[in-house]
Design a protein around this ligand. Structure first.
Ligand SMILES: Nc1ncnc2c1ncn2[C@@H]1O[C@H](COP(=O)(O)OP(=O)(O)O)[C@@H](O)[C@H]1O
Ligand SMILES: N[C@@H](CCC(=O)OP(=O)(O)O)C(=O)O
Length: 372
């Protein structure tokens, strides 16, 4: 029987489809044109069935390796950016040529993290994507790798795709990779009991991920399974169900969502502001909390007072998002600070009554705190 979550993905009016590097590129030859044509066939079929589709395509770095005569995926930033610069041109051209078989026009959209995480820049990217959609052109999105430095990256395209899905209010996110779904352990290795890893068909919530080992990716991919799980969590928080499937099964994945692992979305969407605080904004600093403050903020949803803060790092200003970590350094919440870093430095560990009147508001108000 088809689950509700699969049914949502199968009938979603607008979807974001993310294609991993391994699905469209090949270390030895650059772009895998046959695989790309098969993907475009499946995407076009879904569009003809009435869905709006946005493609998030990885593969710029992968497609640049062979033409530059490199032997493997570069690790240093400058060579990665050079490979992406060569590869993105070829990748975008290949998508355009393949969709042209259906007289379908393609638009390239290269985003930096700032375009999505800065609320005032949101609108620009959103407008372009919406207009491409209304003109029946397919947006092919990637990170603008040639200008993104390690500090300001999205991290990986699974995250980028989940943020884009939120940005355009998509109804579903489909992640197509070289693996046919989520397994309880790395499918390339036997588990601790010697048994092969087992495919998980549906994830209803975080409890279904207990004991799951999300391993690293292949030679071309970046984030591995951990980044797909983080992206699925992000999408679920914004109310978007996710299907993780093999690119080689794109036909079935896009026609009726009958393959792969489906991640159910939470029934109520997180508000756009809370979503931004928790997932989209770049944290500008970190506050370390003692155990009492962690309990107050995470469990009792109270405002953060200076007495519970033991350390502060980063050069943040009031209104910026900061990470709240516990004594072990684990991130427990995100929040919008009411003070800049210099003021927080004066307030750390002090009780409110001992502070001058202008520093007596909570460091972060409860309404601006999001656990996780
Ligand atoms: N628990 C797991 N379930 C499924 N795949 C896993 C798991 N742990 C590690 N992997 C590996 O993650 C890889 C997919 O990640 P990655 O290479 O980053 O893909 P992509 O390029 O599509 O983003 C798969 O090839 C798979 O071998
Ligand atoms: N922007 C990079 C994407 C890196 C990335 O996240 O790759 P993947 O893990 O294959 O989705 C590129 O195009 O090479």
């Amino acid at each position: 029987m088809t689950s509700d979550a699969r049914q949502f993905v199968a009938t979603a009016r607008s979807i974001v489809v993310k294609i991993g590097s391994s699905a469209v590129t090949d270390m030895a030859s650059g772009i895998d044109y046959a695989a790309l044509d098969a993907l475009v066939d499946a995407l076009e079929a879904r569009m003809r069935a009435g869905s709006d589709v946005i493609v998030v395509s990885s593969g710029a770095v992968g497609a640049g390796i062979a033409p530059l005569g490199l032997k493997k995926r570069p690790r240093d930033l400058a060579t990665k950016q050079a490979a992406a610069s060569v590869g993105q041109l070829r990748l975008a051209h290949a998508w355009g040529t393949s969709f042209a078989r259906y007289q379908r026009v393609v638009g390239q959209v290269l985003l930096t993290a700032d375009d999505v995480s800065n609320r005032s820049h949101h609108a620009n990217a959103q407008r372009t994507l919406d207009r491409l959609r209304s003109l029946h052109a397919v947006a092919v999105v990637n990170e603008n790798d040639t200008v993104a430095t390690n500090e300001i990256r999205f991290g990986d395209n699974d995250r980028l795709a989940a943020l884009v899905a939120h940005l355009v209010h998509a109804d579903a996110l489909v992640l197509l990779s070289d693996v046919d779904g989520l397994y309880n352990g790395d499918p390339r290795k036997p588990g601790p009991d010697g048994e092969p890893a087992r495919l998980i068909e549906q994830v209803d919530g975080p409890e279904d991920l207990d004991g799951v080992i999300a391993g690293s990716g292949g030679a071309l991919g970046t984030g591995g399974m951990a980044s797909k799980l983080a992206a699925a969590r992000l999408a679920a928080d914004s109310g978007v169900p996710v299907l993780l499937a093999a690119a080689s099964q794109a036909g079935a994945a896009l026609a009726d969502a009958s393959v792969g692992t489906v991640f159910k979305a939470r029934p109520t969407r997180m508000s756009a502001r809370r979503f931004w605080v928790r997932h989209a904004a770049e944290a500008s600093g970190t506050l370390t909390l003692d155990d009492g403050a962690v309990a107050a903020v995470v469990e009792r949803r109270r405002s953060l007072l200076p007495a519970g803060v033991t350390a502060s790092t980063g050069d943040f200003s009031d209104g910026d998002v900061v990470e709240l970590v516990d004594a072990a350094g684990v991130v427990r919440a995100h929040g919008v600070t009411s003070y800049d870093a210099d003021d927080v430095a004066k307030m750390i560990g002090r009780s409110t009554a001992d502070l001058p009147s202008e520093l007596r508001r909570p460091i972060i108000h409860a309404d601006d705190l999001v656990p996780g």
